[in-house]
Write a protein that binds this ligand. Structure first.
Ligand SMILES: Nc1ncnc2c1ncn2[C@@H]1O[C@H](COP(=O)(O)OP(=O)(O)O)[C@@H](O)[C@H]1O
Ligand SMILES: C=C(OP(=O)(O)O)C(=O)O
Length: 578
């Protein structure tokens, strides 16, 4: 077994007749220099149904894991390993079967990647490298850092977007919300099972057996018998008794308690407003900076989404609202919360602390399905490549986790600590990219798009999006669409066509926003007065940038709530040869 590391059936990726014979596809996927390194000679001479990947050195490396200590990151994610880079490239070649002629693999990937920016990545060099590695959305977590540090990140992303010819990064601001955290400690404390430990609402306490909590109603919210989870469940303590100021607990699962750790009560949400005073201040900071998305923490009902949307309207801000589903109280209100929003994030960290952990995968699937049926964006977040915070390669379970989110139909998958303070941020993005691309290649493009349900019922644009998807799936083409508000591109994205959706927009803000939607490649272009001239110039731009080839067909759709060239035509779909 030592020399055969992975044997994988790739049949499903090539089951579509448009992909040609299996043998020719495998040959096409192998650049000569790489094939000799990656594919065993025997396998290459076979008209095989399986590819064997031979990588003995990688096995050796996996068995000698580094100590789990976070070292300063270098721009290159050192230590470099040529073998690992080759391994990733080889798998990428195998996954490289999606429809669309894009020469850049990061654009061919349909599932988008959200990267949390933190100390490992908040420099110009790292933002550029993350963008080139496949980041589509830069997330700033307002639980950490200050406005000055987040301002620097926003300015860098905007600078990247301004100079980039064919790539654009959306900006997401994630509110801190009513988080309950333990206070500062002079040094970490070791909590042992069975020992007594106390949380107090008095400020500034940090001893070996008592620490402050940042929330005055903590004592009122918890009851004797409740289970307290620290750091999303890394440690747990049971409440034994309480006074007016403190909660005495017995440690059940011990561990190292550090400063400012998350506290959750199993099955309960804190009785705090979802948007705190600090959050309103951060939201205003987002308006001032014209960001693209808010991720709103601990949303419990639709009222808070309406309140935020009304505020945004009152200040003329066009910023989309993604609700973070992480609170036990949000579950009975899922439909109304998601209806009020522009999308949802499955925030598995807090969700798995407030609710039993075995509910998380079931809720993930349910939230994705609800969002898909309503035509809303959906992001799967937290722990996706957690081990890569300290190790250069992921666990197999983490790889499967990304593949599941892609198969379930998420618009985007998210990296948190992996890119914020991890040791291998670029490698984590590359793994996420490669796994997503490979998984997408196995999703057989349905010729009939799934029904979106009631969301766009009786809407002319829905019919055009549905039939444009049908047409492009049947012919195996990309889709070209023109949009001023992003509406038509988002609608097409939710039908999940097999080909890339090239979304031309005359608004840079819309281009930036569309970067986070599944399958959409947003392109900025001034629209001409004449529709026909605009179409011709869009196709020639696609050809010039190597996104489509001469002679290739594309499905071109012109529709939307307010069609752009009203005088010339309203809604139409065409098949055009480039
Ligand atoms: N802007 C930042 N400044 C400093 N550290 C950060 C920043 N953003 C994220 N981090 C670090 O990355 C970790 C993981 O990010 P995230 O999951 O967003 O945070 P958390 O789980 O603490 O809310 C955080 O716990 C923190 O240590
Ligand atoms: C994404 C999450 O929220 P945060 O990173 O803000 O804790 C989560 O809890 O999974």
């Amino acid at each position: 077994m030592a020399q055969v590391v992975a044997t994988r059936s790739i049949q499903s990726s090539f089951s579509s007749p448009s992909h040609g014979s299996l043998q020719s596809q495998v040959e096409k996927l192998k650049p000569p220099s790489l094939a000799s390194k990656v594919l065993g000679r025997n396998e290459r001479s076979n008209s095989c149904r399986a590819v064997r990947v031979n990588m003995p050195q990688i096995i050796a490396r996996r068995s000698t894991r580094a100590e789990p200590q976070v070292l300063p990151v270098s721009p290159e994610d050192v230590p470099k390993s040529e073998e690992q880079e080759q391994y990733l490239q080889a798998i990428q070649q195998l996954g490289d079967t999606s429809v669309g002629m894009w020469s850049k693999p990061t654009v061919r990937r349909k599932t988008k990647i959200v990267c949390t920016i933190g100390p490992s990545t908040n420099t110009r060099e790292m933002i550029w490298k993350l963008a080139e590695a496949g980041m589509n959305v830069a997330r700033m977590n307002m639980s950490h850092g200050d406005h000055a540090s987040h301002q620097k990140v926003i300015d860098l992303v905007k600078e990247y977007n301004a100079q980039s010819k064919d790539n654009v990064i959306a900006i997401m601001l994630d509110t801190k919300g009513p988080e309950v955290r333990s206070g500062d400690l002079p040094q970490p404390i070791m909590l042992k099972p069975g020992q007594e430990f106390t949380f107090t609402i008095q400020r500034g306490v940090g001893t070996a057996d008592c620490v402050s909590v940042n929330y005055d109603d903590f004592v009122n919210d918890v009851e004797v018998g409740d289970m307290l989870l620290v750091d999303g469940g890394m440690m747990s303590l049971q409440v034994k008794s309480k006074t007016e100021e403190s909660v005495k607990c017995e440690v059940i699962d011990g561990g190292e308690l550090k400063s400012r750790r998350h506290l959750n009560v199993r099955g309960k949400s804190a009785t705090l407003p979802s948007i705190t005073e600090k959050d309103w201040d951060d939201i205003k900071f987002g308006v001032d900076n014209n960001i693209d998305f808010y991720a709103v923490s601990f949303v419990k009902d639709a009222a808070v989404v309406h309140e935020l949307k009304n505020y945004l309207k009152s200040c003329g801000a066009d910023i989309h609202v993604i609700v973070k589903i992480e609170s036990a109280d949000s579950i009975p209100n899922l439909h109304s919360i998601i209806t009020a929003s522009d999308g949802a994030m499955v925030a598995r960290g807090d969700l798995g602390a407030e609710l039993p952990i075995e509910e998380v995968p079931l809720l993930q699937e349910e939230i994705i399905n609800i969002c898909r049926s309503m035509g809303k964006a959906v992001i799967v977040a937290t722990n996706m490549l957690e081990s890569m915070i300290v190790h250069p390669t992921p666990t197999r379970a983490e790889v499967s986790d990304i593949a599941i989110a892609v198969r379930e139909g998420a618009d985007a998958v998210m990296l948190s600590g992996e890119t914020a303070h991890g040791k291998f941020p670029l490698k984590a993005v590359k793994v996420m990219h490669t796994v997503s691309l490979r998984t997408e290649a196995t999703i057989v493009g349905g010729e009939t798009p799934t029904n979106l349900g009631q969301a766009f019922k009786n809407h002319m644009s829905e019919m055009f999006a549905f039939h444009a998807t049908m047409m492009s799936n049947t012919l195996g083409t990309s889709i070209v669409v023109f949009t001023r508000t992003g509406f038509m591109a988002i609608l097409l994205s939710h039908y999940r066509p097999s080909g890339t959706i090239f979304a031309f927009t005359n608004d840079k803000k819309i281009q930036q926003r569309l970067a986070s939607y599944q399958g959409v490649c947003p392109i900025y272009m001034e629209f001409l007065d004449c529709a026909e001239e605009t179409f011709t110039s869009a196709l020639s731009l696609l050809q010039k940038q190597g996104m489509v080839k001469e002679g290739e067909q594309v499905a071109l759709v012109q529709s939307g709530r307010q069609p752009i060239w009203r005088l010339q035509s309203t809604h139409n779909i065409q098949v055009r040869k480039v």
